[in-house]
Ligand binder design. Structure first.
Ligand code: SF4
Length: 655
């Protein structure tokens, strides 16, 4: 009997129309756990690096995490993995909601798609009965609308449906996959789903997930729930509101947006409005938000209620969490009500809320600069908000100027030429990044932005405070109950970190401390991504309920694996290195690991070089960011070393 996992994947060949239930090798779970770990292994083994994102040979993998479907609070992430049309590397976007646990209850750990369907279809997984069904009548429908229509068609109101909107159907490079209360948005995975001709995947499962030690597991879950309650009663003082508590940033509860609106850039990530937030704005935004927010809601088996149902008069109700209310508002220099209105349409179209607003603002900036011509915007309304709606409608249909903008700012700028590349200024690895531009270089963030492969800073950061505490008393208060640290040296880093002077950014955290901090943050995200745990209860917030000391107990009680902290760290390092190897084999090198030029006003080329050199070394990679033969062997990845050597990526003679 398999514990924690079902031990079966669904393999769907869309070109042949075949569906196979395939038993998986338990050794792979021991090596990589599940989720992103085993999906990266499948990509390495089965998709040659030359494979284009839109090739039938590219795989699109929907994976549960190892703890999904168990009673562990917050273990509900679906990890979608494929080769990205935008970055040309691996995209591995996550969504919360309800889909992954439902797939486990249907009896599967992953659904792996290959090939392409000749026409639009959806997959219906109803426990053991799985069928590919016609979806041509759903062409052009919104993502939420599609989910509703499918549930009605199947007469199964409890089916969980992941769907694309028009953007995915038209292979927009920043198309998302939407799923009721969450979405997987980064890297253009929705475009790959559309390219394969899959409109949606509906799933209903009523089976059990076996636990190796259920009583022990239940006790661990109780401890987490108690901790969450306790932690919620004790917000962390001295940090911005979204970091004081747990969960995904509580944007639906919080009204105070001073930090985001005055620190993040507006428009095409260029304009800072330091004096924007006033008492009047706060009152107005509070009225707007409380009027449209109907109910706070959670993902599967979680008490945190990070999302909300939003009902704007005259348009369908939808769900929102996180920053999307701000990304459209700020890109258009508009008011908060605009953000809530356009996000409904954008959710139905299925686009990434980080990229889409920046792409539209970029298009308008090119028009204002004379690089794009007025005739290319023929028919566009003159008011600011109208211009955004008009552009969004064209991008998701790839009509007119929307066709080039649908490729994202990096590729669109290359196609447009004539100086447009200077305006695509907020990319990392060819993908739009958060519009956060600051004065002084932060060495920890420099490393995270440079080397992160999720290309989404909010899903790389966490655990360590984002800024120093002003007084020693505050630092001592912060570290005194900091049980999550893997080592007490992290407490010293907090104690030593000053706002100004010798021990402040960019020189402190110094190079070794920065490597330690980034490695810890990254490790926790890789654990979450293998287990299917929401980062909002683990790797993202300060002092979370899940951490490196209690995770091994959860894994052991769920699966029966005999795993300790060192073992978990080793698996995580293996997974992180494996993903790096997949991307290195696709051509990723040091030159790709560059934050935007204007990300910080004050830059320090020497220090940045030293940081990157040291971090690569720390991780067991060479000066190009390629894992060394020796480090691969240590992680039982000698087969990767051999492959990279045969391809000349690792040079002969290198150790
Ligand atoms: S913490 Fe928030 S985002 Fe995470 S699972 Fe819970 S409700 Fe969902």
């Amino acid at each position: 009997m398999r514990y924690g996992e079902t031990g079966f994947n669904l393999e769907v060949d869309l070109s042949r129309g075949s569906i196979d239930r395939v038993e998986t090798d338990p050794k792979l779970t021991e090596m990589h756990l599940g989720g992103l770990g085993t999906s990266a292994k499948i990509l390495w083994d089965r998709v040659p690096p030359e494979t284009d994102a839109f090739s039938p040979d590219n795989l699109l993998i929907f994976s549960t995490g190892l703890l999904c479907g168990t009673p562990a609070p917050g273990a509900n992430r679906t990890i979608v993995t494929t080769f990205s049309p935008q970055t040309l590397f691996t995209a591995y976007s996550m969504m919360g909601g309800f889909w992954a646990p439902e797939l486990k209850y249907a009896g599967y750990d992953k659904v792996i798609f290959r090939g392409k369907s000749p026409d639009l279809v959806y997959l219906w997984i109803n426990n053991d009965k799985v069928e590919i069904r016609d979806a041509t009548h759903l062409r052009g429908k919104g993502a939420n609308e599609t989910a509703e229509l499918i549930r009605r068609e199947l007469k199964e109101p409890r089916a969980q449906v992941a769907a694309i909107g028009m953007a995915g159907e038209h292979r927009v490079y920043f198309a998302s996959i939407e799923q009721g209360r969450s979405s997987a948005s980064r890297g253009g995975i929705g475009a790959v789903m559309g390219d394969k001709g899959i409109k949606a995947i509906a799933v209903r499962g009523t089976k059990d997930v076996n636990l190796a030690k259920p009583a022990e597991f239940y006790q661990l879950c109780q401890q987490v729930l108690h901790y969450i309650k306790d932690r919620e009663d004790k917000p962390i003082p001295g940090v911005m509101p979204i970091l004081a508590g747990l969960g995904s940033p509580q944007e639906m509860k919080l009204i105070d947006e001073e930090w985001h609106t005055t620190n993040f850039m507006w428009g095409n990530s260029r304009t800072r409005r330091k004096d924007f937030w006033t008492k009047e704005i706060e009152k107005k935004w509070e009225e707007t938000q409380t009027a449209v927010r109907k109910r706070l809601i959670s993902c599967y088996n979680c008490p945190m209620k990070c999302g909300a149902t939003i009902a704007v008069p005259g348009i369908s109700t939808y769900m929102m969490k996180c920053f999307t209310k701000l990304t459209y508002t700020m890109a258009a220099f508009a008011d908060l009500d605009f953000g809530f209105k356009i996000a409904q349409r954008a959710t139905e179209y299925g686009v990434d809320g980080f990229s889409a607003p920046q792409v539209m603002a970029f298009g308008l900036e090119l028009l204002e600069a004379g690089i794009l011509k007025p005739e290319q915007f023929d028919g566009m309304p003159s008011d600011n908000e109208g211009r955004f709606y008009w552009l969004l409608d064209r991008i998701v249909r790839r009509e007119g100027i929307g066709d080039v903008l649908a490729n994202g700012t990096y590729w669109a700028a290359k196609q447009i030429g004539n100086g447009a590349e200077d305006y695509a200024h907020n990319n990392i690895k060819k993908q739009e990044q958060l519009p956060l531009k600051l004065g002084m270089l932060n060495p920890v963030y420099y490393l995270m932005y440079s080397t992160g492969e999720k290309v989404n800073i909010t899903q790389i950061e966490g655990q360590f405070p984002q800024a120093p505490f002003p007084t020693m008393q505050e630092r001592e208060d912060f570290v005194k109950d900091w049980v999550q640290v893997p080592d007490d040296k992290f407490k010293d880093y907090v104690r030593k970190w000053e706002m100004r002077g010798e021990f402040s950014n960019p020189n402190y955290p110094d190079v070794p401390a920065s490597c330690d901090i980034v490695d810890w943050q990254e490790m926790m995200h890789y654990v979450d991504d293998a287990l299917g745990m929401c980062a909002g209860l683990s790797s993202f917030p300060l002092k979370p309920p899940y951490h490196i000391h209690n995770y091994p107990e959860f894994i052991s009680a769920a699966t029966g694996m005999n795993i300790d902290e060192a073992g978990l760290m080793n698996i995580t390092k293996r997974n992180r290195t494996l993903l790096r190897a997949v991307n290195v084999r696709k051509g990723m090198r040091r030159a790709d690991e560059k934050p935007p030029e204007d990300h910080w006003k004050k830059r320090f080329p020497e220090l940045e070089k030293q940081l990157l050199d040291s971090y690569y070394k720390f991780k067991g990679w060479d000066e190009q960011g390629i894992p060394t033969k020796e480090s691969l062997k240590e992680l039982d990845l000698a087969y990767i070393a051999e492959d990279l050597q045969q391809r000349g990526i690792i040079q002969n003679g290198q150790s």
